[in-house]
Design a protein around this ligand. Structure first.
Ligand SMILES: Cc1cc2nc3c(=O)[nH]c(=O)nc-3n(C[C@H](O)[C@H](O)[C@H](O)COP(=O)(O)O)c2cc1C
Length: 175
């Protein structure tokens, strides 16, 4: 299996984090992987804020009224321009790239949806978005918890059957 396929197969959503922080270089690489995702009409309609400063992480937890990040002390918030051609598709692809890049560096991750559900709508939420440098009008599409774990990485869940067909020239294959 080539290295890209290994990352795809080995990446899992990790739901327990220790205090170790990814380095700035690791975060740059992870974000770069997102920036190089394909996007509808190449409009690159995203903005990412990787947050490690303890007071910002604490503010995020306060706005959410809890910790949906499983103890991770590094969070990458993803914002998107809702006026873009294909906003959710493009930003989701970028987040997928970022999770694979994290895996390639030995950094764990998990998509956390909670921030996309109104966290930035209140006055305090908007002030927080301002602190993060979010462009006006952009909406939070989700976030990634990133970091390291003391737990063993869970095995991949079984794939659902009947979810693809390949129509080859000679034969039809089904799963
Ligand atoms: C759009 C999206 C939203 C998700 N939201 C959450 C979430 O809020 N919390 C969480 O623990 N996992 C979340 N996940 C992770 C999924 O539960 C996980 O990808 C799925 O169970 C398959 O496991 P795997 O990632 O280890 O292959 C999300 C994944 C996606 C793609």
């Amino acid at each position: 299996m080539n290295e890209v396929m290994e990352c795809i197969m080995n990446r899992r959503s990790v739901r327990s984090y220790n205090d170790e922080l990814p380095t700035g270089e690791q975060l740059e690489t992870i974000i770069k992987a997102g920036l190089y995702a394909a996007s509808g009409m190449n409009d690159q309609p995203w903005y990412f804020a990787a947050v490690q400063q303890p007071q910002l992480v604490a503010q995020a937890r306060e706005l959410l009224g809890g910790d949906p990040f499983y103890g991770a002390n590094t969070i990458i918030f993803a914002f998107v321009d809702p006026q873009a051609h294909t906003p959710m598709q493009s930003v989701s692809l970028a987040l997928g790239n970022m999770m694979l890049a994290a895996e390639s560096l030995g950094v764990c991750s998990c998509w956390i949806n909670a921030p996309s559900k109104g966290m930035f709508d209140s006055q305090q939420g908007q002030a927080f978005a301002g602190q993060l440098g979010v462009p006006a009008g952009y909406r939070c599409a989700g976030s990634l918890a990133v970091g390291f774990t003391d737990q063993s990485i869970p095995a991949a869940k079984p794939r659902r059957a009947g979810t693809y067909k390949i129509f080859k020239c000679a034969q039809q294959y089904e799963n």
